[in-house]
Design a protein around this ligand. Structure first.
Ligand SMILES: [Zn+2]
Ligand SMILES: [Zn+2]
Length: 140
Protein backbone atom coordinates (compact mmCIF):
# COMPACT_ATOMS: atom_id res chain seq x y z
CA UNK A 1 0.00 0.00 0.00
CA UNK A 2 1.41 3.40 -0.83
CA UNK A 3 1.44 6.13 1.77
CA UNK A 4 -0.48 8.82 -0.12
CA UNK A 5 -3.71 8.47 1.83
CA UNK A 6 -1.96 8.35 5.20
CA UNK A 7 0.21 11.38 4.38
CA UNK A 8 -2.85 13.33 3.27
CA UNK A 9 -4.64 12.61 6.54
CA UNK A 10 -1.60 13.65 8.61
CA UNK A 11 -1.21 16.83 6.53
CA UNK A 12 -4.90 17.56 6.99
CA UNK A 13 -4.59 17.72 10.77
CA UNK A 14 -1.11 19.25 10.80
CA UNK A 15 0.71 16.27 12.28
CA UNK A 16 4.31 15.48 11.44
CA UNK A 17 4.60 12.61 8.98
CA UNK A 18 6.76 10.18 10.92
CA UNK A 19 7.25 6.59 9.63
CA UNK A 20 5.50 5.23 12.72
CA UNK A 21 2.41 7.38 12.24
CA UNK A 22 2.24 6.54 8.56
CA UNK A 23 2.56 2.82 9.26
CA UNK A 24 -0.17 2.96 11.88
CA UNK A 25 -2.51 4.97 9.69
CA UNK A 26 -2.06 2.46 6.89
CA UNK A 27 -3.25 -0.26 9.28
CA UNK A 28 -6.34 1.81 10.10
CA UNK A 29 -7.01 2.49 6.44
CA UNK A 30 -6.96 -1.23 5.68
CA UNK A 31 -8.92 -2.35 8.73
CA UNK A 32 -12.63 -2.98 8.46
CA UNK A 33 -13.32 -3.12 12.19
CA UNK A 34 -12.08 -1.46 15.38
CA UNK A 35 -8.84 -2.95 16.67
CA UNK A 36 -7.25 -3.28 20.09
CA UNK A 37 -3.76 -2.01 20.70
CA UNK A 38 -2.54 -5.62 20.68
CA UNK A 39 -4.06 -6.23 17.28
CA UNK A 40 -2.52 -3.06 15.90
CA UNK A 41 0.86 -4.07 17.30
CA UNK A 42 0.65 -7.45 15.57
CA UNK A 43 -0.10 -5.81 12.22
CA UNK A 44 2.87 -3.45 12.41
CA UNK A 45 5.37 -5.25 10.27
CA UNK A 46 7.14 -2.54 8.35
CA UNK A 47 7.95 -0.32 11.29
CA UNK A 48 8.71 -1.65 14.75
CA UNK A 49 7.15 0.41 17.49
CA UNK A 50 7.08 -0.42 21.16
CA UNK A 51 3.93 -0.52 23.23
CA UNK A 52 4.41 3.00 24.61
CA UNK A 53 4.97 4.54 21.17
CA UNK A 54 1.86 2.86 19.84
CA UNK A 55 -0.13 4.09 22.84
CA UNK A 56 1.11 7.65 22.37
CA UNK A 57 0.40 7.59 18.67
CA UNK A 58 -3.14 6.36 19.33
CA UNK A 59 -3.68 9.18 21.81
CA UNK A 60 -2.33 11.69 19.28
CA UNK A 61 -4.65 10.34 16.58
CA UNK A 62 -7.67 10.48 18.91
CA UNK A 63 -6.87 14.07 19.91
CA UNK A 64 -6.39 15.05 16.28
CA UNK A 65 -9.74 13.49 15.45
CA UNK A 66 -8.37 10.94 13.00
CA UNK A 67 -9.61 7.94 14.95
CA UNK A 68 -12.11 7.29 17.74
CA UNK A 69 -12.04 5.13 20.81
CA UNK A 70 -14.48 2.28 20.98
CA UNK A 71 -15.86 1.01 24.27
CA UNK A 72 -17.41 -2.42 24.10
CA UNK A 73 -17.91 -3.17 27.76
CA UNK A 74 -14.95 -5.53 28.16
CA UNK A 75 -12.56 -2.86 29.48
CA UNK A 76 -10.43 -3.12 26.38
CA UNK A 77 -10.27 -0.05 24.22
CA UNK A 78 -10.50 -0.50 20.51
CA UNK A 79 -9.73 2.10 17.90
CA UNK A 80 -11.22 2.83 14.51
CA UNK A 81 -10.85 5.43 11.80
CA UNK A 82 -13.24 8.37 11.87
CA UNK A 83 -14.08 11.32 14.06
CA UNK A 84 -17.44 11.15 15.75
CA UNK A 85 -17.32 14.63 17.26
CA UNK A 86 -16.70 16.36 13.95
CA UNK A 87 -19.63 14.61 12.36
CA UNK A 88 -21.95 15.88 15.11
CA UNK A 89 -23.20 12.43 15.93
CA UNK A 90 -21.87 9.14 17.12
CA UNK A 91 -22.65 5.59 16.20
CA UNK A 92 -23.16 2.48 18.29
CA UNK A 93 -20.62 -0.32 18.43
CA UNK A 94 -21.62 -3.93 18.25
CA UNK A 95 -19.70 -6.82 19.76
CA UNK A 96 -20.55 -10.39 18.82
CA UNK A 97 -20.47 -12.71 21.83
CA UNK A 98 -19.71 -15.68 19.62
CA UNK A 99 -16.82 -14.61 17.36
CA UNK A 100 -15.82 -11.58 19.44
CA UNK A 101 -15.69 -9.14 16.57
CA UNK A 102 -16.47 -5.49 17.29
CA UNK A 103 -17.96 -3.33 14.56
CA UNK A 104 -18.81 0.34 14.03
CA UNK A 105 -22.49 0.54 13.17
CA UNK A 106 -22.08 3.62 11.03
CA UNK A 107 -25.56 3.60 9.54
CA UNK A 108 -27.15 4.31 12.94
CA UNK A 109 -26.72 7.93 13.99
CA UNK A 110 -26.81 8.67 17.69
CA UNK A 111 -27.16 12.37 18.61
CA UNK A 112 -24.09 13.87 20.26
CA UNK A 113 -26.07 13.95 23.49
CA UNK A 114 -29.13 11.79 23.86
CA UNK A 115 -31.96 14.13 24.89
CA UNK A 116 -32.83 13.33 28.51
CA UNK A 117 -35.27 15.07 30.83
CA UNK A 118 -34.19 18.39 32.32
CA UNK A 119 -31.81 17.99 35.23
CA UNK A 120 -29.75 15.17 33.80
CA UNK A 121 -26.22 15.97 32.76
CA UNK A 122 -24.57 13.40 30.54
CA UNK A 123 -20.85 13.26 31.17
CA UNK A 124 -20.07 10.15 29.19
CA UNK A 125 -22.04 8.63 26.41
CA UNK A 126 -21.04 5.37 24.86
CA UNK A 127 -23.48 3.08 23.17
CA UNK A 128 -22.41 -0.51 22.87
CA UNK A 129 -24.52 -3.39 21.74
CA UNK A 130 -23.93 -7.08 22.28
CA UNK A 131 -25.33 -10.12 20.60
CA UNK A 132 -24.71 -12.20 17.52
CA UNK A 133 -23.38 -10.86 14.24
CA UNK A 134 -25.07 -11.95 10.96
CA UNK A 135 -22.44 -14.64 10.42
CA UNK A 136 -22.92 -16.18 13.85
CA UNK A 137 -26.72 -15.87 13.80
CA UNK A 138 -26.70 -17.82 10.53
CA UNK A 139 -28.45 -14.99 8.75
CA UNK A 140 -28.98 -15.93 5.13
ZN1 LIG B 1 -20.01 -13.27 15.22
ZN1 LIG C 1 -16.93 3.44 15.61
Amino acid sequence: MDDTAAMKILDGVGLKKTPGRIAMLNIFLEAKNPMTQQEIMKKLSRVKLNYVSIYRTLETFVEAGIIHKVESGDRVWRFALGNEKKEGHGHPHFTCRSCGITECIDEIKVPDKIPLKIGYIIEKQELFLKGLCPKCSNFK
